[in-house]
Design a binder for this molecule. Sequence first.
Ligand SMILES: [Zn+2]
Length: 84
Amino acid sequence: MQMICSRCGSSVILSDLPVVSNVDNFSSVPISILTYKNPERRGFKTPVPHRLLARVCGNCGFADLYVEDPQGLAASVNPASSSV
Ligand SMILES: [Zn+2]
């Protein structure tokens, strides 16, 4: 399935690109959706990051973001939905 840019119609689409912040010569911080393993717990809740990736048009630069593991995010947000 060929992807087409929803803004300009180009078929030059660059997929699965990491989205990061705080880039320096040695490290970068991935941008993530944040959920918690035990949200009902008082006090410390175990954070669960769900890494975002980008799909960018190589012509106009329009970018889509998507979660690397959507099933894992769905299961984390609504555990009852994880039986898909
Ligand atoms: Zn485009």
